[in-house]
Write a new protein. Structure first.
Length: 423
């Protein structure tokens, strides 16, 4: 069975989603909004819902800010769901292992074994300055800290044996011989242990990683049980998939045990024209001048006079481009695959950027998903609806049944834990 997660983010993954008349922008501080999204994902039998996280305010005018703290929100969502996995981002740069291990073990207890941890090192100076740093530490230092951080968290989760709790009212709550210290003293952390939370239902939360750089991919290869990836087309997806699976094997682990899930933006309609109209409706809400200025920065030329309804002008090949290659290469891939107008390109970049984008009927989107799976480019997808709640409703109500009818996705849960969903 393929895997499907829902990446929950504000009003949707299109940067203009909050301006849409059907967005729930007024409810971003209302836990009921997220609880309903989680129940929708559970109705679709998805593996998990996932929260990213950030530690600085990016764009107050554009609703690009964070709102509820993820673990707090997921704890509430655990109480209104029974099966859906609950994955949160926790930064190894800004937390300590004991703090993170305690929070995540608590979520695993509260949810009955449905907690997951997306391991990140964070990347922005603005975030670092909210945590006592002058700037974000260098990449190598962040990843060295992350490896020690994960090792310590794993050790803390094992400090309580599965049968440590005796609960004998005659005088023994837990067997002291089955509750252990770790006495860790490393470069970044000193942690005695044991953890204050007894062993959780899964033993430990499921580890996720979104490794893009070489160091990120190596971290994922050593620790991750599932990977969130970035790939716009099957070719780039297959290249990432092959690379990270090889790294997993080199790390002494079984590659098939780690699911790779690229991000996926979908516009679903009863016809392709209807699906495209949904994209156009959101794209029309983009601030044009601001979007063209951003595109100018990405391609390092003045785009202010480009006509929105015209094809994207010819751009230099990647070999001749002197700026940062990552986003520019993505733009070239979008142009080669979709031949968009300037306005369509702006909309695609605004909704998921370099993530796969599928526009069409439930059947055509299922065809594309199947092609990715069969083409060795994915084990599933991390859904990034451009507009919440509509986009998730569309996928769950119309695409999931097609995938189920083809035998690609579960019709019902067969496990009560997140780790069980990922087997």
């Amino acid at each position: 069975m393929m895997h499907l997660n829902a990446f929950l983010y504000n009003c949707g993954h299109h940067s203009a989603a909050w301006r849409h008349p059907r967005s729930r922008v007024e409810d971003l501080g209302d836990i009921g909004y997220y609880e309903k999204l989680a129940r929708t994902a559970e109705r679709g039998k998805l593996d998990a819902v996932f929260f990213a996280d950030g530690h600085s305010v990016r764009d107050p005018a554009g609703a690009g800010t964070w709102f509820l703290e993820p673990i707090t929100a997921l704890t509430a969502m655990a109480r209104v769901t029974t099966h859906i996995g609950l994955v949160t981002t926790v930064s190894t740069t800004f937390y300590t292992p004991f703090h993170a291990a305690r929070l995540l073990a608590s979520l695993d207890h509260i949810s009955g074994g449905r907690a997951g941890w997306n391991v990140v090192t964070s990347m922005f100076d603005a975030e670092a300055r909210n945590h006592g740093f002058d700037e974000i530490p260098p990449r190598g230092e962040r990843y060295a800290r992350a490896e020690e951080f994960v090792d310590v968290a794993l050790a803390l989760w094992d400090t309580w044996d599965a049968d440590a709790l005796v609960l004998d009212r005659g005088g023994m709550y837990a067997d002291p011989d089955k509750v252990n210290r770790i006495d860790h003293s490393g470069k970044h952390f000193r942690v005695d242990g044991p953890l204050t939370v007894p062993r959780s239902p899964q033993g430990r939360p499921v580890l996720f990683q979104a490794g893009a750089s070489g160091q990120g991919r190596d971290l994922a290869a050593r620790y991750a049980e599932a990977i969130y990836a970035v790939a716009y087309d099957i070719e780039s997806g297959a290249a990432y998939y092959a690379d990270v699976k090889a790294r997993i094997r080199s790390a002494g682990r079984e590659p098939s045990s780690v699911g790779v899930m690229p991000g996926l933006v979908t516009y679903v309609g009863s016809t392709t024209a209807e699906a495209r109209a949904k994209k156009d409706e959101l794209d029309a809400l983009l601030p044009v001048e601001q979007s063209l200025r951003q595109l100018s920065m990405f391609v390092e030329q003045d785009c202010s006079a480009w006509e929105l309804d015209a094809p994207v002008p010819s751009l230099p090949p990647i070999e001749e481009f002197t700026g940062p290659h990552g986003r520019y290469e993505t733009i070239l891939r979008i142009i080669a695959k979709d031949s968009p107008t300037v306005g369509e390109l702006l909309g695609t970049l605004a909704a998921g950027g370099g993530h796969a984008t599928m526009i069409g009927t439930p059947e055509s989107i299922a065809d594309e998903i199947e092609a990715w799976i069969d083409g060795g480019a994915a084990d599933g997808f991390n859904l990034m609806p451009p507009l919440y709640p509509d986009g998730l409703d569309d996928f769950v109500d119309h695409v999931v049944p097609v995938l189920q009818s083809r035998g690609l996705f579960r019709r019902d849960y067969t496990s009560n834990t997140l780790r069980g969903h990922l087997v």
